[in-house]
Write a protein that binds this ligand. Structure first.
Ligand code: SAM
Length: 342
């Protein structure tokens, strides 16, 4: 594995590289990876990523709420702009709703909060080996702060959603969130609040593909992967990649509502199948138990073994003032054994 080096520092903020360029030190590669808004973009095909995401990458974030509202009205429901605003509203509320000061807080119950899911899932893991933690599909990043505080170790959050990562980096660099919180339809209210969480010096956020992680094998003590399995084209390849980057005796913590969508995951790749005439009738849990047992299935993972699971943890996702999706997620913890010992 060849390290990356900083090739240019175009913009810095309090010593943090905000814009610049990393290069691969492998003479056969010499690939360039941009850093934009503090986010290193380290994906297999940088050109394709930037071409596909140029709208969000170049989007201004300094516009007044009224101007954003006007743009939202012009683009209309279903537009890329609208989708991005909705997702940001949903995940900022889910991850940081509890940080809003008393004046701006509402009285909704925290039942099914992301933090409760995280705490419940984390209890499934045993003692972690020392070493850094990878938070895969970290979204706007709350889990990275939580894990850094709990484990007193470095945590790297990775995601492919640039808008989410920008919020996470904004909190990291300025301790501040400025967001439109969806009231209904395309109507949003302006919301600004400070986020002051411990262990910020141990957290960072990069843009990486969970299916092609730019890390050497045997590197992380924990791969945290909450609610991502049903968001990738190949859940089994995701498990294999998370196993690869774990050190021996490292842990995988995963949860999922198995809320598959064919546009993201082809039905043939849904864990548990997709037919009521299939053996498992769509139940993911039995297949996961087989995949995470030595010899349990022809596709069993090499060294990742199931240690504990929770059948249903509440996870509520806010959509707007009158709508919230209430999931019951399956959470499980698996540990990487010495190869051949299981
Ligand atoms: C349902 S959200 C869950 C976010 C967060 N973990 C949580 O539970 O609130 C799924 C996340 O996975 C990210 N994601 C999907 N495919 C990915 C991939 N191939 N690599 C990295 N992140 C991915 C999405 O961008 C999104 O942030």
């Amino acid at each position: 594995m060849w390290p990356l080096q900083v090739a240019s520092r175009a913009k810095e903020h309090t010593g943090v590289l905000v814009e610049g360029r990393l290069t691969c030190t492998n003479p056969q590669c010499l690939g360039e990876f941009p850093v934009i808004d503090g986010i290193p973009i380290i994906v297999p095909d940088v050109a394709a990523y930037i071409a596909t995401h140029q709208g969000v990458i170049t989007r201004r974030t300094d516009l007044a709420h009224e101007t954003m509202s006007l743009i939202g009205d012009c683009c209309g429901p279903g537009s890329e702009y609208d989708t991005e605003r909705q997702q940001l509203s949903t995940y900022v509320e889910s991850h940081f709703g509890d940080c809003v000061t008393a004046a701006g807080a509402d009285t909704r119950s925290q039942e099914g909060s992301f933090l409760q899911l995280l705490e419940g899932g984390f209890q499934l893991c045993g003692a972690l080996p020392t070493g850094p933690i990878l938070d895969v599909g970290c979204g706007v990043g709350r889990s990275a702060w939580y894990l850094a505080e709990q484990c007193d170790t470095d945590v790297l959050g990775v995601d492919l959603n640039f808008a989410f990562l920008r919020v996470a980096q904004e909190i990291l660099q300025r301790g501040h969130v400025s967001i439109g919180r969806r009231k209904i339809g395309v109507v949003y209210e302006a919301r600004e609040f400070a986020v002051d969480l411990p262990a910020a010096d141990k957290v960072d956020f990069w843009c990486c593909d969970a299916l092609a992680l730019p890390f050497s094998s045997q590197h992380f003590s924990l791969s945290n992967c909450l609610n991502v399995l049903d968001c990738v084209c190949s859940p089994i390849d995701l498990l294999r990649e998370l196993e690869r980057v774990l050190v021996t005796r490292g842990w995988l913590l995963a949860s999922s509502p198995y809320d598959w969508s064919p546009g993201t995951t082809a039905p043939g790749a849904w864990i548990g199948g997709h037919s009521d005439r299939g053996e498992l009738q769509g139940a993911a849990e039995p297949l996961l138990r087989q995949l995470l047992a030595a010899g349990g299935h022809p596709q069993s993972l090499d060294a990742l073994r199931l240690r504990a699971e929770s059948a249903a943890i509440d996870w509520a996702i806010w959509l707007h003032e009158r709508s919230c999706v209430q999931y019951k997620v399956h959470a499980f913890a698996a540990q990487k054994e010495d190869k051949g010992s299981g």
